[in-house]
Design a protein around this ligand. Structure first.
Ligand code: SAH
Length: 229
């Protein structure tokens, strides 16, 4: 039953692919201007968001709302992040082209697409198999490359470590030690920490391997859960 529902979702997406119309582009521009005026992000991040058609990650019934600052349900009982959250986290990451970035919680792949558009080398982990498959398909359709893994974000990706940046896009109960270890000296991690709601935390790893932590504001993500492996 559940599998069928998911297949239906994937079918919607493949039907909707060609539909990046001038109307969607106009709505996207308005959204990005709104995010700029509210101070969520600056030009570099918003230009990348302008290049990613958010509506194609959603079921067709949500397309007309895709450029509102709202989260929507996706497969496996998860959500696509608010555009303001994607803008804010991307800005907080202090992205430069060519950096190695690890994302925890690929979901539908929208934040991943924005990061790849920003020119980083992206590694991303997701614990729901159907979302790994879905997001792989989406990035491929968009012509964007990332190293994607089905696995447990608490463990990070030791094989590819260290990372210049780590972005956690689910609400973490605590800061996983493996992620701190896999961060490069001079690197930084953005992680929402808390239960139902979280505090957005930025952690910088100094060159002497000590950490400096800033609390940056409130956030509300789906929970970071232990893997089903
Ligand atoms: N980055 C996504 C946000 C998806 S919501 C976007 O662009 O919209 C958060 C995702 O984190 C969910 O898909 C959820 O399945 C995933 N997640 C939760 N716990 C995880 C864990 N331990 N490891 C990897 N992914 C996890």
């Amino acid at each position: 039953m559940f599998k069928d529902k998911n297949r239906l979702y994937l079918t919607y997406i493949s039907f909707s692919m060609e539909i990046d119309t001038p109307i969607f582009q106009g709505q996207r521009k308005q959204l990005c201007e709104h995010l700029f005026s509210k101070g969520y992000a600056k030009e570099q991040v918003l230009e990348a968001m302008m290049r990613v058609p958010r509506h194609i990650f959603l079921e067709s019934g949500f397309h007309q709302h895709a450029y509102q600052d709202k989260a929507f349900p996706i497969a496996a009982g998860q959500t696509i992040s608010h555009p303001s959250t994607v803008a804010w986290q991307s800005e907080l990451l202090e992205i430069e082209k060519g950096l190695k970035v690890l994302e925890i919680g690929t979901g539908c792949g929208y934040q991943a697409a924005v990061l790849v558009e920003l020119g980083v080398k992206l590694f991303t982990i997701e614990r729901q198999k159907e979302l790994v498959d879905f997001s792989k398909k989406m990035l491929k359709i968009l012509g964007l490359r990332a190293e994607q893994k089905f696995g447990d974000g608490f463990k990070g990706m030791p094989v590819f470590a260290p990372f210049d940046r780590i972005i956690v896009t689910c609400g973490a109960p605590f800061v996983p030690k493996a992620l701190l270890t896999q961060l490069s000296p001079g690197g930084l991690m953005i992680i929402p920490v808390g239960d139902k709601t979280q505090k957005m935390i930025r952690i910088r790893k100094k060159h002497d391997n000590t950490f400096v932590q800033e609390v940056l504001g409130d956030a509300a993500f789906v929970p970071m859960l232990r893997n089903k492996e």
